[in-house]
Ligand binder design. Sequence first.
Ligand SMILES: *Cc1c(COP(=O)(O)O)cnc(C)c1O
Length: 405
Amino acid sequence: MPGFELFGAEERKEINDVLDTGIIMRYGFDGPRKGIWKAKELEQALCARLGSGYAQLTSSGTSALTTALAALGIGAGDEVIMPSFTFVASFEAVLSVGAIPVLADVDETLTLNPESVRQAITSKTKCVMPVHMCGTMADMDALIKICKEHHLLLLEDACQSTGATYHGKCLGTIGDAGTLSFDFVKTITCGEGGAVLTNNEETYLKCNAFTDHGHDHIGMDRGADEHPYLGYNFRISELHAAVGLAQFRKLDQFLAIQKKNWQILKDVLSVVPEITWRKIPDPNGDSYTFLSWFLPSEELTKAVLEGFKVKGIQGGNMYWYDHNWHYVRKWQHLKEGQSMFPLTDSQLHALKVLRSQDFSQSDRLMSRCISTAIQMGVTPQQVEAKGRQMVEVIQSELTKHSVTA
Ligand SMILES: *Cc1c(COP(=O)(O)O)cnc(C)c1O
């Protein structure tokens, strides 16, 4: 899955282009940079390959989310509906603009359950934020319908799903805006970085200004830029963009390797009839970064994970239900509102409500789910061998459990 598995000469070449001029910043210094504009080049490549009208690079996926929320005019008192299963960055960004994260259940897609979204809508709801977790998409048709009916903005957190598609459109390009992450463990990495995608020129221009102190970027003299808005510094550096450019050119190669290894693993695990699979709204659009599957019970799932540990094959088998970063059960700091600076009264009130919110629908699925990371730097034989070891453990635990049941 992570792009760092295939890091090499291409990345070094792009970095050296930048080092040769010494202009490691993305704006200005037009003469000394001798035509080297890696951030601009990567933005153009993102638009061309992903079919996005516009792309704005940022310093991280988290700052991309913050930027997109700001550019879409989401702030104080606005509610943003997001899933109970995501990365903490999703609600960090929402809180950072003064808005309120409202968590809804996930379904067998491991993304927002459209019915839970409907139930979470109030007069303060401004935006629905699906998170395309583990390389695969949310049920976008259902979510688009809800947003249209209720006049809500749709912001896609596609940070884990660069290159995945939904009915032919790349994730992140379908809603009012979408975000990508290029952090070190994502499909495409540049160390730290991210991007906002949008097809709306005004939204793009706002993102462009927001990430650079609100500068309007009109004219040749940076120091003479006007500030139509308040902004921030969420700029990416040329060095990071250079790595991202080399990585992004290899996206199709990465996706092809992942697809192949995903299919091998799925074929091997398919001999176990008790396994059910994550629902994928558009099976052709997966980016195949994880194979996610369910066992019949939480008890059995935990026993299988224990068995993986004994065999030394637990690595890459993620149990999100117990994961501090990714599932609502362990987000104590959020529920307790443990902010270093005072939150608003409406944020604090929402977090209090969250403390006693019922996530049993999500729990029933997440407690039985294992996501197996799809590696790129391995041979098909290694994938198959690991799959067979996994099957052995699963079958052995199934036998034990049917005896004791
Ligand atoms: C990684 C990630 C982010 C944030 O990206 P960073 O680049 O690490 O800041 C946001 N949302 C999700 C779902 C992620 O996995």
